[in-house]
Write a protein that binds this ligand. Structure first.
Ligand SMILES: O=C(O)c1cc(=O)[nH]c(=O)n1[C@@H]1O[C@H](COP(=O)(O)O)[C@@H](O)[C@H]1O
Length: 221
């Protein structure tokens, strides 16, 4: 679950409201607001942690950031694959002996074909672009990628089962799409080969978040 909340106080309340959630994603909003203390809070409760900082810079700088992140001991940390092969490799190397797995963000799930081709002037369809980015991440030795569930099957076929496909853009039927452009239902996402689903607003903004979480889990059985 994405712990997309504005500060430490709300984060702690949210973790308590959803004790059944075992794996939390801490993103830029909360990490900037709370600093690394939120990681200690989650660790103290035995939770797994996905630190979603989406590194994107020159190789020397992403490597330095990865070295600074390694001692946090989180499970996953993200880097944009558009950083390029050299940056992906140096960041992976910089994590050294740490158990943290480096995950490449391929193409944000908010970007549709029109935005990719017209606005960003990248003459590929999103699935082909994601495949190219998955290849880079795979070649650099990363543990997996973030992609939309719509690309999960192709990435699995291309890079193998062990290469993680972490999929946001998850929308149970009847929930608002919002800014997500390439989405699927939880059930369809797993069927398509997602290793993990990342879900925020459909649960956080539900009238009863615990029920929304349980309903999603039940829909997967
Ligand atoms: O790296 C991510 O986690 C991420 C990548 C991406 O392409 N799309 C995407 O939505 N995310 C994150 O996944 C979460 C999705 O949240 P909801 O749209 O509220 O379910 C947010 O925390 C996003 O920052």
């Amino acid at each position: 679950m994405a712990l997309d909340v504005p500060n430490l106080e709300v984060a702690i309340a949210t973790i308590h409201t959803l004790p059944q959630v075992q794996f939390w994603k801490v993103g830029l909003e909360l990490f900037c607001a709370s600093g690394p203390i939120i990681l200690d809070v989650l660790k103290d409760q035995g939770k797994r942690i996905f630190l979603d900082l989406k590194l994107h810079d020159i190789p020397n700088t992403v490597a330095a950031a990865a070295r600074a992140i390694a001692p946090y001991g989180v499970d996953f940390v993200t880097i944009h694959t558009a950083t390029g092969l050299a940056g992906l490799k140096t960041a992976q190397t910089a994590l050294g002996e740490s158990s943290t797995q480096l995950i490449g963000v391929t193409l944000l799930t908010s970007i549709d074909a029109n935005t990719l081709q017209q606005e960003l002037q990248i003459p590929l369809d999103p699935a082909t672009y994601v495949e190219r980015m998955a290849d880079l991440a795979h070649q650099a030795g990363l543990a997996g990628i973030v992609c939309s569930p719509q690309e999960a099957a192709r990435v699995k076929q291309r890079c193998g089962e062990a290469f993680l496909r972490i999929c946001p853009g998850i929308r149970p039927l009847g929930t608002a799409t919002g800014d997500q452009a390439r989405s699927l239902t939880p059930n369809a996402a797993f069927a398509a080969g997602a290793s993990y689903l990342v879900i925020g607003r459909p649960i956080l903004q539900a009238a009863d978040p615990a029920k929304a979480f349980d309903d999603i889990c039940r829909s997967l059985i």
